[in-house]
Design a protein around this ligand. Structure first.
Ligand SMILES: NC(=O)C1=CN([C@@H]2O[C@H](COP(=O)(O)OP(=O)(O)OC[C@H]3O[C@@H](n4cnc5c(N)ncnc54)[C@H](O)[C@@H]3O)[C@@H](O)[C@H]2O)C=CC1
Ligand SMILES: O=C(O)[C@@H]1CCC=N1
Length: 281
């Protein structure tokens, strides 16, 4: 279904690049049907063109008549300016997919010509290696076919979950921001290992393999995380000592609060945008 579609990215930053990398590796869409654009940074576009072989253009050069799916990938604070600059140019049957945290489909629909199909998407940067956990929510004017195409496109960068938009903020707190929590954990594991005399590169690999193995167990085994944790924990053993320290320093609470903090910020972004107070960078 996607074979003849032209996909364009508006915004060529970290998230767009991760999605482009995964999509190109999947081979689902010919490279010359992927267009990447930004406002003025030609060097960045050239770098993307050389790395991935996709078409690159400045935003003002985009061939809007050819675009079937337009992926918005700028920062949330830039959404209104971006929509204002394209709302008279997009074809009525172009599907708008937005990866912006906290920006609702209704906010975008209000600024686009009546009836435009808008899909809210929350990927993460593991798209780069086709390992994203991505959620999609349909807007008011999105058809079944639009959702099928979105699912097919995004399955090229990982797993896709169709969720109600009311769950997008918590999904963002878990999966959109989530890689950062694990990188933070890894920074500490690597540092602690190195301080104890391990080669930092080796500490990095050991930490990564341990997280990877635990993630694979969670995906492939039936046991609950509690059971899996208990299987590691011998009475009065090393794990019990480690878990005691985690509890003593508020590890579990810190993790819950991280997810809730990101969820809350996603909600705030929506309301700040409505009241024109959004000033993130
Ligand atoms: N970085 C991440 O892990 C994730 C990011 N997101 C969302 O992706 C979006 C982009 O984030 P990053 O890539 O990290 O930011 P970034 O700052 O790396 O990239 C933003 C890009 O948008 C461009 N841009 C700004 N206004 C524009 C306009 N009017 N037209 C065309 N291009 C424009 C900028 O030049 C830049 O290339 C954000 O809205 C964020 O919420 C979503 C999931 C994960
Ligand atoms: O930090 C952010 O706002 C973006 C959205 C999810 C991950 N990065």
């Amino acid at each position: 279904m996607l074979k003849n579609k032209t996909i364009a990215f508006l915004g060529a930053g970290n998230m767009a690049e991760a999605m482009i990398s995964g999509t190109v590796q999947s081979g689902k869409i010919p490279k010359d049907q992927i267009i990447v654009s930004n406002r003025s940074n030609k060097e960045k576009l050239q770098e993307i063109n050389e790395k991935y072989g996709v078409r690159t253009l400045l935003k003002d050069e985009l061939p809007f008549n050819e675009i079937d799916i337009l992926i918005l990938a700028m920062k949330p604070k830039d959404i209104d300016k971006a929509l204002d600059s394209i709302n008279h140019l997009v074809k009525s049957n172009t599907v708008i997919m937005s990866v912006l945290a906290g920006i609702t489909t209704s906010h975008m629909e209000e600024q686009l010509p009546g009836g435009q199909s808008v899909i809210r998407v929350m990927p993460n940067t593991s798209s780069m290696l086709k390992e994203s956990a991505t959620a999609i929510s349909a807007g008011r004017f999105t058809s079944e076919e639009d959702m099928m195409n979105a699912k097919e496109l995004l399955s090229s960068i990982g797993e896709v979950y169709v969720i109600d938009e009311s769950k997008m903020d918590i999904f963002t707190g878990i999966a959109g921001s989530g890689p950062a929590y694990f990188y933070y954990l890894m920074e500490h594991i690597e540092k602690t290992g190195a301080e104890a005399g391990l080669d930092p590169q080796m500490a990095r690999k050991i930490g990564a393999q341990t997280i990877f193995g635990a993630a694979k167990m969670m995906l492939e085994r039936e046991e609950s995380p509690t059971q899996l944790r208990e299987n590691v924990t011998s009475p009065n053993g090393t794990t019990a000592a480690g878990l005691d320290a985690l509890a003593q320093f508020g590890g579990g609470k810190a993790i819950s609060e991280a997810v809730k903090g990101a969820e809350k910020r996603s909600k705030e972004i929506s309301s700040e945008l409505q009241s024109r107070q959004l000033v993130t960078n």
